[in-house]
Design a protein around this ligand. Structure first.
Ligand code: FE2
Ligand code: FE2
Length: 268
């Protein structure tokens, strides 16, 4: 990576961090009306909350493995440390909702977390360029996951869950922005190689850790059934807008090789 791009990464991190400190910090205990968690919220919504909490629980693997890969880049490494702090709040807030709504007992949550963490997440891609592209698509997917789940929480009159999901989705959106800006830097430096990274990642895209989480087959079906996420949402609301904003298209990527771009966003 050139020194110029490296400096720009650090600037991007400072912009991200300063804005987060000034405008985006939230407090799990004070800012969410936990007393308004609704015990009548559907079991399907509770299952999805638990599933997303499970994905967030692999934080020790995400942070340690990604940090190790980017440790020489101060911009990316410092970002990753801050990212880890923000992601840690996501699983904690989701867990709090499961408890306050009475959907799970403390023992159920602890047993589930232990079971989830008995597996280890491995990096899906080995180069920094691939990983940057991957996390761009993955973070915007989480924005959509949480926004669509929030709509359910509002429909089912659960202000606690709706508020928590709105804070979480705002964080995810800021993460997405950072990674998207990062891919733009890579594109500027080496457009052809970066487009190849994007193509490579899209051919293999899956949301993280689903194959590690207990009963994912059922969970994936519930997520699709509740219209929180699907391949269609991935293509329409994630892949297309991102390629657009990066100044490329499926046709351009296809011309690089013969990709099927058969992304499976909610694998069973
Ligand atoms: Fe998250
Ligand atoms: Fe995120």
């Amino acid at each position: 990576m050139s020194a110029q791009i490296e400096n720009r990464f650090y600037e991007l991190y400072l912009e991200f961090f300063n804005r987060a400190e000034a405008e985006r910090r939230w407090n799990i205990q004070k800012d969410i009306p936990w007393k308004e968690a609704n015990p009548a919220t559907s079991d399907a919504v509770a299952e999805i909350v638990e599933s997303f909490m499970a994905v967030e629980l692999y934080l020790p693997d995400y942070t340690s493995k990604i940090l190790d890969l980017v440790r020489k880049s101060r911009g990316r490494a410092w970002f990753q440390a801050n990212w880890g702090y923000e992601e840690s709040k996501h699983s904690m807030a989701l867990e709090q909702w499961l408890l306050h709504s009475g959907k799970r007992t403390p023992k159920e949550v602890t047993d589930f977390a232990d079971l989830v963490l008995s597996q280890k997440w491995e990096l899906p891609f080995e180069t920094r360029g691939n990983l940057m592209s991957y996390t761009t698509f993955q973070e915007l997917s989480t924005v959509l996951n949480y926004r669509n789940l929030r709509r359910k929480a509002i429909e089912q009159k659960d202000p606690a869950l709706a508020t928590a999901l709105s804070f979480i989705a705002r964080d995810e959106s800021a993460h997405y922005q950072f990674f998207q800006d990062g891919v733009k830097l890579y594109l500027k430096e080496d457009r052809e190689k970066t487009l190849e990274d994007i193509r490579y990642v899209l051919e293999r895209f899956r949301m993280p850790a689903h194959d590690l989480i207990p009963n994912w087959e059922h969970r994936g079906k519930t997520i699709i059934g509740e219209k929180v996420f699907s391949d269609r949402i991935f293509f329409k609301d994630i892949m297309r807008p991102i390629l657009n904003v990066l100044g490329t298209s499926r046709d351009e990527l296809k011309a690089l090789g013969d990709p099927t771009l058969a992304a499976s966003s909610v694998p069973s």
